[in-house]
Structures are given as C-alpha cells and as structure tokens.
Design a protein around this ligand. Structure first.
Ligand SMILES: [Zn+2]
Length: 376
C-alpha cells in the first residue's frame, strides 16, 4: 500500500473576507496534527505539493466565460453583473486571491487523481478539496470550482468507472447534476435532509438518476439528531453492497467535518469516530481511494476528524491498544485526543430518527437495488 497526502503552505495564506465561515487553514491544521502524531514518517507515505490547475484543465467542466470572471474576481473587486454567476454574494464573496486559492485546490485534487492514475499511490488524501456545490458557470455554497467533477471527468475519458461517496453534511448537488444521466459514475450521498439544510432543493431518496443513469444516484437524507448508530447502520446497508455490485476503478470520497455534532451549521449528532469507521468500510471495497476534505467550520474539529481519517487510511488506528500513538488519550474533546466522546440523544428523538432512517433505506432497497441487481 502506498499513501499520499497533498499539502501546500499557500492554502493557509488565503484570506476570505472577515466573518466568512470558510477556514483556509484546513490543510494546515490537519498537516500539523498528523505531523505531531507521527503519522507521516512511514515508508509508504509521501507528501506532495500541488500546483494551481491550468485553465485548460478547468474547461473540462466550467465554461471559459466563467473561468475568466473568476480570474478577474481574483483582484478582489466585485461587479454587480457577476451576481447571476453566484459571485459577490455573502456565500461566495469576491475577494483578493479567490481564484489563486480555488485553482490551487482544484490542482490539488487533480494531482491526487494523477498520482493514482500514474500508479504512484493507492490512497490519496487532499484535505482542501470537495467543492461539490460549484456549477459549470456559477459559484454556490462556498464553492467556486468543482474539483470533483474535473477529476472524475478525466477518469471517465479513459473509460473508467467511478464510485463517488459524499459524506459531507450538505447534499452534493452539482456532482449529482453532472452525472445524473450516466451509469459510469455511481453517486452516493449521505447528508442532512434538505428540509433543514442547504441546498434545500435536492438530495431526497427519490432522486435516483435518469435515462441510462437511472439507479446510479443514491441519496440518503438524514434527519436532524441522527447519531453514529443510525448513520453507520444505513451506511453499512447501502454502501458495501452497492460498491461490490458496481465494481469501480476508483472511489472518490468526501469526508465533511460538518457532519459532526459540534459543527455550527448542521444539525446532525455524529462523532468523528463514524467518519473513520466509514473510511474503514470504504477502504475494504476500494481498489484505489481519492479522499477529499470538503466542509467543516471549526478548525479543531477538522484537524481531529481528518487526522483520525488519515490514520485510518494508513492502518494506524484508532484501536485502543494503539493509544500510545495518539498522545496517550483517545476520548475527549481537546487536541490532545483524536476521537470524540460517544454522543447520545434522548430516546424520543432517537425513535423518530430510527424510523425515518429505516424508511429511507427501505425505499432505496426497493427502488434502486433491483436496478443494480442487488438482493437486500
Ligand atoms: Zn458541507
């Protein structure tokens, strides 16, 4: 097994406007914590520095007109007519260096993808990536350039099959839209229900793809207050059988730290242990894995969740007997421990969540599994 971590000091230099929730230091804090816990100094681990994506790489999904606007927006001066491209809103403000940052993030994901394609790595993690709300000619939900679609498109051009698993709190709407009609990309998204979270319009279980893509889109909306127990139950019911039936050449995974109970935007009650357990499950069925960070709005959560995920990708825990590797402590909320404490919700809430999760999983088993020839 060869693993790679994509990191550039330049990410943390980006300065979104004051008060904007995007944390440009996400790669930095993850890199620093992994380093502190000695998770890089292994024979099989390499660290790579990305370069910004070239314009011609971006045209694989985005329009040249939109990319030109982003380049102009890099100067930090907004124009009112850009609002119809989603630029200059509170969500996607225009600020100095925005293109530099997002082109570098796209370059990081493309580098991760190339390392696997060139057979230099089997598992690659690029924390600053996973901008799943960016459309071909518009920005949305803190996302300006859709690095996921760009990387996936390259694999498709070579006739490969991709399984995309999106574990961010928000529905991966623009990745779904890009591949809604194809059977070459298996799209699976677990997210908080659009009834209570952005993007509000998409991500319900009846969206299953169309035309040749029918059955190749799976949405698992989760109710507010969903805990690890319900999430992992649903994940194990859906993900492994679909992956085994689809037989991808590459698995792309988004590991949003905004699913955590302590995230200020979402309303799920997951701990970072469920992200690492999902990663373990993903690794069991992935010939190659490209993992991306995506959302997360508390730096400390990001650092701990993604360090734990990186440890899992490298077979380094978290097992109780490995506790020495992690500074001697597992459970806790501070940076000296990686894994969150278990999380509990009142029985009355739990019952409601269980019933709804069960209903959604049954709907997918009834409507999608037969198309994929999976027996529940
Ligand atoms: Zn998100």
């Amino acid at each position: 097994m060869r693993t790679a971590f994509i990191y550039s000091k330049d990410f943390a230099k980006s300065k979104p406007p004051k008060g904007h929730p995007w944390l440009a230091g996400r790669s930095e804090v993850t890199y620093e914590l992994c380093k502190r816990l000695d998770l890089f100094d292994r024979d099989w681990v390499r660290i790579y520095e990305p370069k910004p994506a070239r314009s011609e790489d971006l045209f694989a999904f985005h329009t040249s007109e939109y990319i030109d606007l982003l380049k102009e927006a890099n100067k930090g001066i907004s124009k009112e007519e850009w609002l119809r491209y989603g630029l200059g809103t509170t969500e996607c403000p225009v600020y100095k260096g925005l293109y530099d940052y997002h082109a570098l993030a796209a370059g990081a994901t493309l580098l991760a993808s190339e390392l696997i394609e060139r057979d230099e790595a089997d598992i690659v993690f690029s924390p600053t990536g996973g901008f799943h709300h960016a459309g071909k000619d518009f920005a949305a939900g803190f996302c300006y350039i859709n690095d996921i679609v760009l990387a996936a498109q390259k694999w498709l051009n070579h006739g490969k099959r991709i399984l995309y698993i999106d574990l961010d709190a928000h529905h991966g709407d623009q990745v779904q839209a890009a591949f809604y009609n194809t059977s070459k990309v298996m799209f699976i998204s677990f997210h908080e229900s659009p009834k209570t979270l952005f993007p509000f319009k998409t991500g319900i279980e009846t969206e299953i793809g169309q035309g040749r893509g029918k059955g190749y889109t799976i949405n698992v909306p989760l109710l507010e207050n969903t805990t690890d127990e319900e999430f992992l139950w649903a994940f194990e019911k859906i993900f492994p059988p679909v992956a085994q039936s689809f037989k991808p050449d590459l698995v792309m995974a988004l590991l949003g730290a905004d699913v955590l109970f302590s995230d200020p935007f979402s309303h799920l009650q997951l701990t970072n242990g469920s992200i690492s357990q999902a990663v373990e499950s993903i690794l069991r069925v992935s010939p190659k894995l490209l993992a991306l960070g995506s959302g997360g709005y508390v730096l400390e959560n990001i650092a701990r969740a993604w360090t734990l995920a990186w440890a899992t990708m490298n077979g380094l825990g978290p097992r109780e007997e490995d506790y020495m590797l992690f500074g001697g402590m597992f459970w806790g909320d501070g940076l000296s421990s990686l894994k969150d404490r278990p999380r509990f919700v009142p029985d009355s809430l739990k019952e409601k969540v269980k019933n709804e999760t069960n209903r959604v999983v049954c709907a997918i088993e009834d409507n999608v599994f037969p198309i994929l020839e999976i027996k529940p």
